[in-house]
Ligand binder design. Sequence first.
Ligand code: GDP
Ligand code: IMO
Ligand code: MG
Length: 449
Amino acid sequence: MPEANQSGGRSGACTAVVGLQWGDEGKGKVVDLLAESHDATVRYNGGANAGHSVVVKGERYALHLIPSGILAKGKAAVVGNGVVVDPEKLIEEMAGLERRGVDVSGLIISDRAHVVLDYHKIEDGLREDILTAAKSDKVSSGPGQIGTTRRGIGPAYADKVNRATALRMGDLLRPEIVRERIAMACRLKNAMFKGLSPTIEPLDERGITERAIECGRRLAPNIRDTAYLLHDLLAQGKRLLFEGANATLLDVDHGTYPFVTSSSCAVSGIGPGTGVPPSKLSRVIGVAKAYSTRVGAGPMPTELFDAVGEGIRTRGREFGTTTGRPRRVGWLDLVALRYSAMINGASEIALTLLDVLPGVERPRVCVAYRIGDEKSERFIPDGERLAKVEPNYHELDAIEPGLSECRTFADLPPNARRYVEFVERFVGVPITIIGVGPGREQSLIREHW
Ligand code: GDP
Ligand code: IMO
Ligand code: MG
């Protein structure tokens, strides 16, 4: 198959990169591949719960709030209004990159992105602890804890929707507003926290306020109206690259609810999360691993609990970029993948970490779910019902070793190629990028079929 250039050789303004599973599919690496052929990279959802690893010339970078495109010299990296920003974490991340010689002057943050503060993280932790206790006390037979990253994501989005006590990045530039909103928030949160945990200390309102004002002062040069900025870029014929955080099966509407995150991770989040309408997208690249992983609680029908899973975890270095937690591992779930491709209107798929599968004697992929006597090829975006399905598998031949040295699709040995082609046929979307290692050069680029 002929090789395409890295922009895919196609015209059109915008590309979206979005996770098709439960996160950590290698979105950061795909964004890094495409950033050079776009003018700006834009995050539209999530917050510091994301952890995107990019390996450039053997150096590993972990991005959490800053778009991975920051590593492409001279390009804008935009944090859209749909992101919830922990400003101290952001400043830390900027400093960490600068220490390693990365130019962060292209970072622009929406004045409408919401702010994550101490009390959001405390609330996130308290809720998780109470849910765990309720489950172990048998007060609830329900879901128990979600296994969040405890980065304050859910409470920050909840406050955004609750309105009166929320702060946006633009508000940080106005100390009067910061004082007022944090005072109101502390009044509400103190009452709530005391009810949840009677021995808890009251919030340090003054400290939180001063730190927020200081963050505003430091970030002032980066804070702007990004909706106008992005539309100005589009009017100049510039190309935007949207970087999804988290993933479709964690999407608050389309994921395995309630075991999801609190934002719209699928492509549908781009409109509300940036102000750029979906009509501007010409390419939607869904990123999927050649197997499944999940961090935190919630159903994963193809989960492996044996030595095969352990081997994949070790070879794939499946430990969280953000929390260091071991990731749960399972076979590739094609029922879920076809669903996610549908929800996103994926025009192509990047299949990553194929190099991790050699070593597995009989690789399997899930092609249907069994629920009682019924068989279905439809995904069930409901945490409790999905937990009850039994996967039906198709077995493939063992994939040959040595994939990491391949540089084109034709270099792949036959069973590896057959694995890719099976996935492609089942999902009905072309696989245009194949990952055979974490490095930039370890991506096999294929032309559209
Ligand atoms: P993201 O959250 O979707 O950006 O993914 P993460 O960065 O959290 O996790 C993906 C991990 O796999 C990172 O450590 C990447 O360096 C690594 N990675 C990405 N693509 C490949 C690949 O094709 N092969 C291997 N072996 N590692 C990869
Ligand atoms: P990237 O962008 C993997 C999971 C958490 C938890 C659930 C809710 O690196 O792919 P939250 O803190 O968001 O309220 O947690 O969502 N989660 C992720 N899992 N990768 C991510 O991001 C994730 N972001 C959230 O583990 O189960
Ligand atoms: Mg990740």
